[in-house]
Design a protein around this ligand. Structure first.
Ligand SMILES: NC(=O)c1ccc[n+]([C@@H]2O[C@H](COP(=O)([O-])OP(=O)(O)OC[C@H]3O[C@@H](n4cnc5c(N)ncnc54)[C@H](O)[C@@H]3O)[C@@H](O)[C@H]2O)c1
Ligand SMILES: Nc1ncnc2c1ncn2[C@@H]1O[C@H](COP(=O)(O)OP(=O)(O)OP(=O)(O)O)[C@@H](O)[C@H]1O
Length: 546
């Protein structure tokens, strides 16, 4: 029998016991060790004697022989003595064990009456760590088979048996990048008294209530669409005349269109460039989009930091993120301007590209004379691109497999060999990531989807990573070609050998107004937009299970 088999054989159901245990007594048999030692002593003595053949006539040899026998007798007496000592030790341990065990059982029997706790033993019987039947009826035999320390592990705080052994105390700590104070940790997780509980859930339904009347809206419209153009004219007029809104901002293209309809639209405001849109953010109460999902993505991408709540009207074909019917725009806007508004809080990813370090010689050439070292980019000054759906790294025009080294918080994840990789938000889980085989996830679930595009490997299943990680995707220096990055399907940029895309969750989410509430809107979108799990219902006639 191999030692590992022996070990398995001697390991009890709760994992106690080891290879030195005596299967009969259950104790670590020190006696066996002592006996073995004594036996070896005897053998050693005999071999040291090297007694020559005995001759009856040789007195000298007879004396030697009798001396040897005396030595053997002494050694045997020693062995017997050693055995007795070992037996005494074993008896002592057994006594201690019995005493401890009966004390513990005694305390357990007293527990219900002394603590006045009606749960008493039932509570213990139901404790999951005890591995006892759910019904709480603990058979005497099963009780006996539980080690005393296990019985005491899961007791209530004030119970008397707690004095004997408490649940191990512990402390939790975790790292939060860029957070100087620990205050926010307490808001998420509490671990008072050794119990871990979450204080709040980030994916709760969020509701917005106006404290003062909203006065300003910003409208984004899908270009080159006559129905959208017609509606924008009508909506702007209604907002001004019926709702008395003071500030109505539209895109420069739309302002020109409105003015071409009537010069009375000259109250409408606009902006010069993207920089100005972000500056307008503090003045805008609501953003309205007229178009499809692409228009929502477009509007969100105009804001580099905070985004006002978006009210998306459906004027596209799919409209996963656009729950409001354009024909009922007046009713919808009446309600929304009055509040409260149910919102879906959609996380965004922030991304930037780190260019490969230049080879030393080139670096030297590029250096201004005054500088001796190239400054590393200041992390605060890095310009991030924010995505609401996903960032995609693909092989572009290259006919070769992508070769993308992926790291999560500096731990190597994998190398993507295929058409590419999608790093998606949960909002984007129903877009490109879905088409590439990723799971659909409610947009308020925090996480980053790691979805390969046509991986040339049978076992490359998509992952969902926690929202706090930093993901890096690097095109290795030995890669056959470049990769291409796109942000929400736009702004394609080349990722050359040695370049790295760095991506993490942004602190600037996008909130979109719900028609109903977040969960209902999500389910409606997957049912109506994607025909999720649509199948004819099975007929009720035919054979049945009996
Ligand atoms: N194979 C694909 O499925 C594929 C390929 C490229 C891009 N896309 C998606 O298109 C998005 C860009 O959208 P666009 O409107 O500018 O381009 P687009 O006009 O080509 O639209 C792509 C489709 O994706 C849908 N869509 C966009 N965001 C969605 C979301 N969050 N949930 C469900 N469906 C969504 C749109 O409604 C549209 O039907 C990208 O972010 C990407 O997710 C998908
Ligand atoms: N205000 C805008 N300015 C510039 N481009 C825009 C604007 N709004 C939308 N787009 C672009 O127009 C394209 C189509 O928009 P959108 O997806 O909203 O319409 P759609 O394709 O008809 O709708 P759906 O995606 O539901 O089929 C997208 O690529 C989007 O980026």
């Amino acid at each position: 029998m191999s030692s590992s088999n022996y070990k398995l054989h001697n390991t009890d159901s709760v994992g106690n016991g080891d290879a030195n245990s005596n299967p009969e007594t259950g104790f670590n048999d020190l006696g066996l060790v002592a006996l073995a030692q004594s036996g070896r002593d005897v053998q050693e003595l005999l071999s040291q004697q090297q007694t020559p053949p005995i001759q009856a006539t040789d007195d000298h040899h007879l004396i030697e022989f009798s001396e040897a026998l005396i030595t053997v007798a002494k050694a045997l007496r020693g062995t017997a003595k050693g055995k007795a000592v070992v037996q005494a030790v074993a008896d002592e341990w057994k006594q201690k064990y019995e005493l401890e065990r009966s004390k513990n059982l005694g305390l357990l029997r007293q527990a219900p009456s002394s603590s006045n706790n009606s749960k008493g033993m039932d509570h213990l019987a139901k404790s999951p760590r005890l591995h006892v039947p759910e019904n709480g009826k603990l058979a005497r035999s099963s009780f006996d088979s539980i080690c005393s320390h296990e019985m005491l592990q899961d007791c209530e705080h004030n119970s008397p048996y707690n004095k004997l052994k408490r649940k191990a105390s512990f402390k939790l700590s975790w790292e939060c990048k860029g957070q100087a104070n620990d205050q926010h940790k307490k808001e998420i997780v509490s671990f008072e008294g050794g119990n871990i509980t979450t204080l709040d859930r980030s994916s709760k339904q969020i509701s917005l209530t106006w404290e003062t009347n909203p006065k300003s809206v910003m409208i984004f419209t899908k270009p080159d669409s006559t129905p959208v153009q017609v509606l924008s004219v009508e909506m702007v007029r209604w907002l001004k005349e019926q709702k008395g809104l003071i500030n109505i901002y539209v895109e420069p293209r739309v302002k020109a269109q409105l003015l071409s309809v009537s010069s009375s639209f000259n109250f409408v405001k606009t902006w010069k460039d993207d920089e100005e849109i972000s500056l307008l953010q503090p003045k805008v109460d609501l953003v309205i989009t007229l178009g499809g999902d692409g228009t929502v993505l477009w509007a969100a991408s105009r804001f580099k930091k905070s985004v006002p709540p978006i009210v998306p009207f459906a004027m596209g074909s799919l409209g996963f993120m656009t729950p409001f019917h354009s024909k009922q725009y007046q009713n919808c806007l009446e309600k929304l301007l009055k509040g409260p508004i149910s919102l879906t809080l959609r996380h965004r990813l922030q991304c930037h590209i780190e260019k490969a370090a230049k080879p030393d010689s080139e670096k030297e050439a590029a250096k201004p004379d005054s500088e001796t070292e190239t400054a590393k980019p200041d992390s605060d000054k890095v310009e991030h691109t924010l995505v609401l759906n996903e960032v995609t790294i693909d092989r572009g025009q290259s006919s070769y497999l992508t070769n993308l080294e992926c790291y999560c918080d500096d731990s190597f994840v994998t190398c993507v060999q295929g058409d590419g990789l999608i790093l998606s938000t949960t909002t984007g889980s129903t877009a490109y990531s879905l088409a590439a085989g990723g799971s659909m996830v409610h947009p308020q679930v925090p996480g980053i989807l790691f979805t390969p595009i046509c991986p040339h490997s049978l076992s490359f299943r998509p992952l969902i990573l926690p929202d706090h990680v930093l993901v890096k995707v690097k095109v290795p220096a030995n890669s056959r070609g470049s990769a291409w990055v796109s942000f929400d399907g736009k702004d394609r940029k080349e990722l050359k050998s040695g370049d790295t895309l760095v991506c993490s969750m942004s602190q600037y989410p996008v909130s979109t107004a719900c028609q109903d509430e977040s969960i209902k809107d999500f389910l409606r979108s997957i049912h109506d937009g994607l025909n999720w799990n649509l199948r004819k219902t099975q007929a009720s006639d035919g054979p049945r299970d009996t």
